[in-house]
Each structure stands twice: as structure tokens, then as C-alpha cells.
Design a protein around this ligand. Sequence first.
Ligand SMILES: C[S@@+](CC[C@H](N)C(=O)[O-])C[C@H]1O[C@@H](n2cnc3c(N)ncnc32)[C@H](O)[C@@H]1O
Length: 352
Amino acid sequence: MLRVLELFSGIGGMHCALDLVDLNYEIIAAIDINPIANLVYSSNFPNVPIMNRTIEGIPLNQWEKWHADIWLMSPPCQPFTRQGKQEDLNDRRTNGFIYLMKTILPQLQSKPKYILLENVSGFEYSQAHQLLLNTLETYNYYYQQYLLSPIQFGIPNSRLRYYLIAKQEEKSIDIHSSLIQTRISNFERLYKKIRQQFPSKEFFLEENSFYENDQITNKCSHSSEILIDSNQLMLINDFLISNENSNFELDEKQLKRALHVCDIITCHAKRSFCFTKSYGKYFEGTGSLFRTLSNRIRYFTPQEIANLHCFPLNYHFPEQITIRQAYSLLGNSLNVFVVGVLLENLFERSST
Ligand SMILES: C[S@@+](CC[C@H](N)C(=O)[O-])C[C@H]1O[C@@H](n2cnc3c(N)ncnc32)[C@H](O)[C@@H]1O
């Protein structure tokens, strides 16, 4: 059984990806400093030991005891985002990652055989990225890097992210890949599973509404390739809980502001903007709004965003979590399907 450490675990997107892939694994610890994220995590995965503390506060002997086979990690992305100050290694939010690269990995006797890391696109230009590659090369890891977005797989949401998968092999000091790939193979098996999880719900469709169709490629906002046939693209419709939802409609004042700056899509859309942690707080650049069949404008609900991130259907937010908190946690989280595909490739599982 694979012994997994989920670092910077948030609401457990990595955990959901392990489930999607059906690996035989045990999460020996999930570590995060955000008690709200930890509450959501434990409500969905009550059997996982969660540590509410900083990564950099955990001493070496604990890492030895864990004897993990794999580290899954999404270090904080704020030090690398274009909107932020880009303080990179000087931003204290990078401390946990630096500790892993400079202190734990070099000294650990029982190094993980596998590592999977997710971060924002732009991370690849950072000093933290250079530190990551240098450390991996020093300790004989093969690695492969990617820039991928769910929209490439026909999932109607843009979320371009940097990913690295690494594997330690004895005597493999000279093989690593500096090329960052924008396509990936071996995704068909999981793609079928996601299609089954979110089947087409044709009954929502109106015959005369087609204007969103076929805009996917020019809205993709980066140069990655679409990896499936254009007739297989999924619709926003497939990820909705219901078309109308009066609880999430914008009021008059919000509408006036939103109409000028927001991306508004219908159930026929084959795309949506990346949902950030500020969705519901600000309009511009935080994610798409939805136009219902009765022409009302509403937010996507947290459950619908979780669907677009391919979380399992039974994933839930406990009652005490506010809508704002749920948006914020989801904005920090990841696309489960894309991470699942990376795991398939890391473990070289067959796609059939
Ligand atoms: C990008 S989010 C990870 C999201 C996660 N993959 C998910 O699916 O929700 C980064 C997480 O790291 C946590 N974090 C930030 N600094 C930390 C530190 N020094 N030690 C432990 N956790 C930290 C934050 O609370 C946040 O939940």
C-alpha cells in the first residue's frame, strides 16, 4: 500500500484525485495551517489524520517516522502570481516549501520515491522552481513538467496550472526533462470516468441557443492544445445542480457593476473562466457568472464549482462553512481530473 503525505492539503483535492485513480493507498497525514480548510477536509475524510500546523514546524524525525512513498503538494501560490508582489523565495509563505527542499529532503533517510507538485502558471519562472529542480536533480529524481488546463480535456473550465511529477530511481542522475509539456497522454480511462460522473443533461438545452458553441479555442487563453475531439467537449450544463437558483442571483446593484466587467455564460457554454478565491467578493477576473434559461444572472454555486473541478459527487461543505469561505477554498484548490491524469502517468498505469 502506497504511503501518502498530503502537504498543504487544503480541502483535499489531491486526496480526491487518488480516489479517482483507484490507487491502493493510505494517507498517513494531511497537513495544513488553515483550520477552515481542515474542517472541510475532515468532514469529507474523517479517517485521515490531519495536522493543523506549519510544514516548517515539523521536525525531521517525524518525517522519518512517516516513511512516506509519495509527497503530494500544492504550496501557496501567492508568492508567484502575476497579480501579487512576486516575492518568490523572500515571501514568508514560501517557507514551508523551502524547508522541504533545503532541510527535509536532503537529510531524510527515507526519501519519498514519488513527488507530485501543483502551482500557478508562472511558477516555472521563479527561483522556487529553480530550487525545486536543483534539489530533485541532486537526489536523483527523474521529473516531467507540464502546463495543463481542464479545458484541454473538454471540461468547460480554464485553470492553467504548472505541474511536476518526479520519481526517484537509483543511478538515474542524468535524466530529467527541462521541457515543460503542454499536452499529456494516458488520460482516456479517467476521461471516461468523468463523462460518467457528469453525463450530458440534454433536457436543459434550447434549440435556438447556440452562440456559445465553438468559441472554446479562442477563449482558451493559452497555447495548450485541446486533446479531445471537438464533438466530445462537455457543456456547462453537465455540471449544474439546477439551471435556476434564486439564492445565488445578483441584486440590481451588483448587476449594474457585473454587466460591464464579467464573463457571463449560459448552460450551452463549453468554457468558463478560472474561479479564484475572490469569486463572490469581486467581479473582474474571478470567474464566470451564469445566465439562466429565464434570463437571470447568478453566481455558480460552490457545489457547481466543485463539479467543474471534478470533485466527487458526494463531496460536501459542512453547514458551518459560509458560501464565501467555500468559494475561497475552492479557488485555492485544484482540478481533480487533471491531477488524476498526472498520477496515472507517474505510476505509468495503462489507460484502457
Ligand atoms: C494552494 S492551497 C492548497 C490547496 C489544496 N491542494 C486543495 O486541494 O485544497 C495551499 C494551502 O497551503 C496552506 N499553507 C500555507 N502555508 C502553509 C504552511 N507553512 N504549512 C502548512 N500549510 C500551509 C494554506 O492554508 C492552503 O490551504
